[in-house]
Design a protein around this ligand. Sequence first.
Ligand code: GRG
Length: 341
Amino acid sequence: MKTKPSQTSSQNTQLKQRQRFGRKSKVVDTYLQPSHLVGDNITLKEATFELSAYLSKRQDQVEAALERSLAVVYPEKIYEAMRYSLLAGGKRLRPILCIASCELAGGTVEMAMPTACALEMFHTASLIHDDLPAMDNDDYRRGKLTNHKVYGEDIAILAGDALLAYAFEFITVQTKKVPAKRLLQVVIKLSHLVGAGGLVGGQVVDLESEGLQKVDLQTLNFIHAHKTGALLEASVLCGAMLTGTNDEVLQKLSRYARNIGLAFQIIDDVLDITASTEELGKTAGKDEQAQKVTYPKLLGLEKSKLKAQTLIAEAKLELASFGKKGIPLMAIADFITTRAY
Ligand code: GRG
């Protein structure tokens, strides 16, 4: 049965667990790379990968960096509202993708962290705005009351605006040991994919499609490639761009990211039907309630899951030539279809 998140201590414990990778969710604990994807110089034994340990470690690093990223100064209310949503938990998938991609391309965690944090700021800004009464009108997010429910609509709008602007400031001021030209390329990519060319464009078509009797697969793909896929693609691309890697690598990563982006959204649609509000930390069954066209609606539940699995297999194939270095991104791709929230 779908229930509203309550504010009890057991719920808080559950929330904390839900926010950890590999506890409640069915994470593939040991990742064994398929033999046809393993380069000649890697044995299967070496390709064993502890996904949940990897994700938990990265999540802790990102959490600590986000905690340090934003101080509360005058006027306190806006900083508190920004911190409320930024530090509300979540899987931190976008920052982790950014770091993994930076490492794949020869970079370091340190080099990627400001961009990784900025990606979570963009994501949080979009969630705050998405939850507003004028958009999806939701009361719960990440197991907590939504920003506007706590601070009011006016402050919630401004908190989203401020996070959006601060994310750019954060990358450009905080990134060390990366030439300014590369940072400029990252900022250009992000500003495009976060704006009308990405998230905002996808959200507009989503709003226009609500309640329509007929929305075709092409339109649905556009909505999700932009609304959800764009930021996932930005996460993967920007991590690698910080290293100054070549176009061939970026093109492979871009195809990987587009495939996992679509798979992520298909699973999101599936979970909206199959998971509870408590498991999701946001109101379940919202798509049906808002009469949204979803992948399960167009393809059916089982075909949707199959489609997501096919996209993940295709995404992993794009990384085959990277050998051992591609394993973390491959394992993250697997997590997308096995996640339970
Ligand atoms: C202010 C940048 C900005 C955009 C405004 C509102 C809007 C335009 C776009 C909405 C974009 C949106 C909310 C897409 C949904 C993406 C999605 C599937 C979110 C859930 O991501 P998870 O599961 O969430 O990674 P957690 O909580 O784990 O981080």
